[in-house]
Design a protein around this ligand. Structure first.
Ligand code: GDP
Length: 366
C-alpha cells in the first residue's frame, strides 16, 4: 500500500501528530494481514461517496481505502553521518512513497526548540541537508564504478553515469534530486533503483498554535514555509497537532461540532491525506454490491486490467472487460438499473484509462 514517512526535527510535534494518527487508526478488521509496528499507523482515506453507494446497493459494510504513515524519528543535525539514530532512519525513509515534513510554526516558551528559537526555514534546511548528504553518499557509492563502465563503452552505464553526474551536481549545490529533470525510461529506471530520499515528493506540515488554525497563512512562519514550498513545487498543509490529538479522542458527532466551532471543514489529518493523494497522483475507483461498498487506490493513468489487478491478480490475468459508470452519473440516475437505461453504463476494454470515482464491475475468466 501507499506510505508516507513523517520527518522533522525533535520537538516540532511529530509524536503528537503520529499519536493522533494511530488513535484515529483504520478499523483493524479491514487489515487482518497487516502487522502493525509501533512506528506505523494506518488510517482510512475519507470518501463521502461510499455511504451513498452502500445505501444504494444495500451493502453490508463500507471498506475505505487506506494510507500508511511511518514515524521516522531520529533525524537531527549529523544524522547522515550516523549521529542520533543515523542509518536506521535512513533505511525506513528510503521505503516510503512520499515525505511529510513537520515544521514547528508555533511559539511556546515551555517547549524547547533544538536550535533555541522558532525558525521554520532553518529547520527545513537542517533536515533537507541531512537527506541530501545521505543521497550524495548513495550516489558516490556507484559513481566510480559507473564512470569506469561508461568509459569502457557499456551503453547502460553511460545512461547511468550521465544521470548520476547530474544528480551529484544538483545535490552538491544543495538541491534535492527531484529538481533534476529525468529523460527517458532508462533514466527513470536508474532513478527508481537508487531509492533516493530527496527524489520523493514532499509536503510540509506547518504545525501552528491552536488559535491560528482557522487562518494559518496569516502566521508569518507559515507564509515563509509556503514561499519556500512554492519555489520547490511542494505543498504546505497547516495543522495544529494539539487539535488533532483532541479530535482523535472524539466520536464522529463531537468531532463535527468541534470542527465547526473552529471554522474548519475537515480535520488536519484528512487534509494531510487529501494532499498525500494529490502529491502522489492517486485516484480512487469504487466497487459496490451487497457484500461491501469499497474504494481502491490507483495511480492516475492506470488502465482497467491493472486496476482489476489491485483487487485480485486473477482478475487482471483473466480480464475481459469492465462495466463502468461514473459515480456522478450513477447518483443522478438513482440506481444501477436506471443508469443502464439512461445509457450511462459503459463496457470498456483493456485500454480504458480509469477515472476517479468510476464505479466498476470487472468481467474476467477464471
Ligand atoms: P516531536 O519531538 O517532534 O515528536 O514533538 P512532540 O510531538 O513530542 O511535541 C513536543 C512538545 O511540543 C510536546 O510537549 C507537545 O505537547 C508540544 N506541542 C506539540 N504540538 C504543539 C502545538 O501545536 N502547540 C503547542 N503549544 N505545543 C505543542
Amino acid at each position: 500500500g501507499l506510505s508516507i514517512g513523517i520527518v522533522g526535527l525533535p520537538n516540532v510535534g511529530k509524536s503528537t501528530l503520529f499519536n493522533a494518527i494511530t488513535r484515529a487508526g483504520a478499523e483493524a478488521a479491514n487489515y487482518p494481514f497487516c502487522t502493525i509496528e509501533p512506528n506505523v499507523g494506518v488510517v482510512d482515506v475519507p470518501d463521502a461517496r461510499l455511504p451513498v453507494l452502500a445505501k444504494m446497493f444495500n451493502s453490508a459494510r463500507i471498506v475505505p481505502t487506506s494510507i500508511k504513515f511511518i514515524d521516522i524519528a531520529g533525524i537531527v543535525k549529523g544524522a547522515s553521518k550516523g549521529e542520533g539514530l543515523g542509518n536506521k532512519f535512513l533505511h525506513h525513509i528510503r521505503e516510503v512513497d512520499a515525505i511529510a515534513h513537520v515544521v514547528r510554526c508555533f511559539e511556546d516558551p515551555n517547549v524547547t526548540h533544538v536550535s533555541g528559537r522558532v525558525d521554520p526555514l532553518s529547520d527545513i534546511e537542517v533536515i533537507n541537508l541531512e537527506l541530501i548528504l545521505a543521497d550524495l553518499e548513495t550516489i558516490e557509492r556507484r559513481y566510480e564504478r559507473s564512470a569506469k563502465a561508461a568509459k569502457a563503452g557499456v551503453k547502460e552505464a553511460q545512461v547511468e553515469h550521465g544521470l548520476l553526474s547530474r544528480l551529484k551536481e544538483a545535490l552538491e549545490a544543495g538541491l534535492p534530486a527531484r529538481s533534476v529533470a529525468i529523460e527517458g525510461d532508462e533514466e527513470a529506471r536508474v532513478l527508481r533503483d537508487l531509492h533516493l530520499i530527496t527524489a520523493k515528493p514532499v509536503m510540509y506540515i506547518a504545525n501552528v498554535a491552536e488559535e491560528h488554525v482557522a487562518n494559518p497563512f496569516a502566521v508569518p512562519y507559515v507564509a515563509q514555509v509556503k514561499e519556500l514550498a512554492d519555489r520547490e513545487g511542494s505543498e504546505v498543509v497547516p495543522i495544529s497537532a494539539r487539535i488533532e490529538s483532541e479530535l482523535a479522542e472524539m466520536d464522529d458527532e463531537e468531532r463535527a461540532a468541534f470542527l465547526a466551532d473552529l471554522g474548519l471543514a475537515e480535520s488536519g489529518l484528512d487534509r494531510v491525506i487529501r494532499h498525500g493523494y494529490h502529491l502522489l497522483n492517486l485516484i480512487s475507483f469504487l466497487t459496490a454490491g451487497e457484500t461491501e461498498a469499497r474504494a481502491w487506490t490507483i495511480r492516475r493513468g492506470t488502465k482497467a486490467p491493472q486496476a482489476a489487478g489491485v483487487i485480485h491478480s486473477d482478475m487482471e490475468r483473466g480480464f475481459i472487460r469492465a462495466e463502468v459508470v461514473s459515480y456522478d452519473d450513477l447518483v443522478t440516475a438513482g440506481s444501477m438499473a436506471a443508469a443502464r437505461e439512461a445509457g450511462k453504463v459503459r463496457l470498456e476494454g483493456k485500454d480504458y484509462v480509469m477515472q476517479d470515482g468510476d464505479v466498476v464491475t470487472f468481467r474476467f475468466n477464471v
